[in-house]
Design a binder for this molecule. Structure first.
Ligand SMILES: Cc1ncc(COP(=O)(O)O)c(C=O)c1O
Length: 394
């Protein structure tokens, strides 16, 4: 048996070591408190589940769905964008439902990338951007996201020879893993840059609804002429606590949306229809759950940031997203620190280097931990002590 180079060359899963360690400790009966996973602990709101159950009982929904979803679903998606961002999209040409946004995020590389083409991806970043590129035999070019630039990429620093080979530009705000946000000014610059260098822009925005202190994230599609060069991915996973149901969407440039539809029509057979009806309910029904969930996350965010700072980890309260991005103590790297926390106090966090080499020096803590576990986790963190002497750097 000979595996493809594509599969052989896939980089190792960087969280594998830590995941194994957690499993081994749990197998020995140790209780591990995990801040590592970005998966809402709060259940899907009941009105959405009621609609799902009702639709599941209807035999019409037991058959193959259409790849591009129910027309009512595309209309509900367009309607949500209209109400939330004041943008109108043609539901038949500029909107496409996805089996969770990850599916579209990885598959869109197949629409643009030929062997050796480059996709510009953020580092640290959500792994789907680079993995999709690698699976399409392309090359990711990693744009560093640095604290001093508010974790926005420096587009002007991308070398000309890279830009000549680049076809796709990935951005993601509110950002995973840094929690950074971007404004319309930055998005307008991205559009200009993409026009100048003939790039297609993919903005990944699954966290636009998870925001705090009254802050309201903008959509990339609100930038001038964004629709000429780009699309935005959104997901019901984090907005409506629907990670397990697998439903998301892409909106924007009709050529890009159509290209993804053509690829998908050869790969999958659409989203189970009962889930599509649940999504229509989520998008068109009462929206108060979003504010309710954000109030819970905001309270957790404040408790986590306060505790991290009190034990000497520098962390800022994010304005949006589900993540606190904290600096590890100077004498540790992110993997060592993660292992030390796990061994000393049984708390799991995610090492920043797992999101790319520029994530080194940080760890990510997720706000999707139950209140009971959070209380325990915080008191354990309070007991953590550095076992290393500080390295004085000159
Ligand atoms: C930046 C980013 N994009 C996409 C996804 C995938 O979300 P979905 O559940 O819609 O596939 C995630 C999930 O954590 C994410 O953080």
């Amino acid at each position: 048996m000979r595996l493809s180079k594509r599969v052989e060359n896939l980089p190792p899963y960087l969280f594998v070591e830590i995941t194994r360690k957690i499993a081994a400790k749990r197998a020995k009966g140790e209780e591990i408190i995990s801040f590592a996973i970005g998966d809402p602990d709060i259940p899907t709101p009941p009105h959405i589940i009621d609609r799902l159950c009702q639709a599941a009982r209807d035999p019409v929904n037991h058959r193959y769905p259409e790849v591009d979803g129910l027309p009512e679903l595309r209309q509900a998606m367009a309607g949500w964008y209209q109400r939330r961002f004041g943008l109108s999209f043609d539901p038949d040409k500029e909107v496409l439902p996805l089996i969770g946004s990850k599916e579209g995020v990885t598959h869109i590389a197949l629409c643009f990338i030929n062997n050796g083409d480059v996709a510009l991806v953020p580092d640290p970043g959500y792994p789907g951007f680079s993995m999709g590129t690698l699976l399409a035999d392309g090359e990711p070019y990693y744009m560093p996201l640095k604290a001093e630039r508010g974790f926005l990429p420096d587009l002007e620093a991308i070398p000309d020879d890279v830009l000549k080979k680049a076809k796709l530009l990935w951005i993601n705000y509110p950002n995973n893993p840094t929690g950074a946000v971007a404004d319309l000014d930055f998005f307008n610059k991205v559009v200009k840059f993409a026009e100048q260098h003939d790039l297609a822009v993919c903005h990944d925005g699954p966290y636009t609804e998870v925001a705090f202190d009254g802050y309201q994230p903008v959509s990339f599609m609100q930038a001038d002429d964004a629709r000429e060069i780009g699309v935005e991915f959104h997901s019901l996973s984090k907005s409506f606590n629907m990670t397990g149901w697998r439903i998301g969407m892409v909106v924007g440039n009709a050529t890009m949306v159509n290209a993804l539809m053509r690829v998908k029509s050869n790969l999958d057979s659409g989203i189970p229809q009962a889930i599509q009806y649940a999504a229509i309910e989520a998008l068109t029904g009462p929206q108060d759950c979003i504010e309710e969930h954000n109030a819970i996350y905001q309270r957790r965010r404040d408790l986590i940031v306060e505790m991290l700072n009190s034990i000497g980890l520098e962390a800022r309260a994010p304005k949006a997203s589900l993540y606190v991005w904290a600096k590890v103590p100077e004498s540790y790297n992110s993997v060592d620190f993660t292992a030390d926390l796990l061994d000393q106090v049984g708390v799991a966090v995610t090492p920043g280097v797992g999101y790319g080499k520029h994530g080194e020096g940080y760890v990510r803590l997720s706000l999707t931990i139950s209140d009971a576990a959070l209380v325990k986790g915080l008191s354990r963190l309070a007991g953590w002590r550095s076992t290393r002497r500080r390295i004085i750097r000159d």
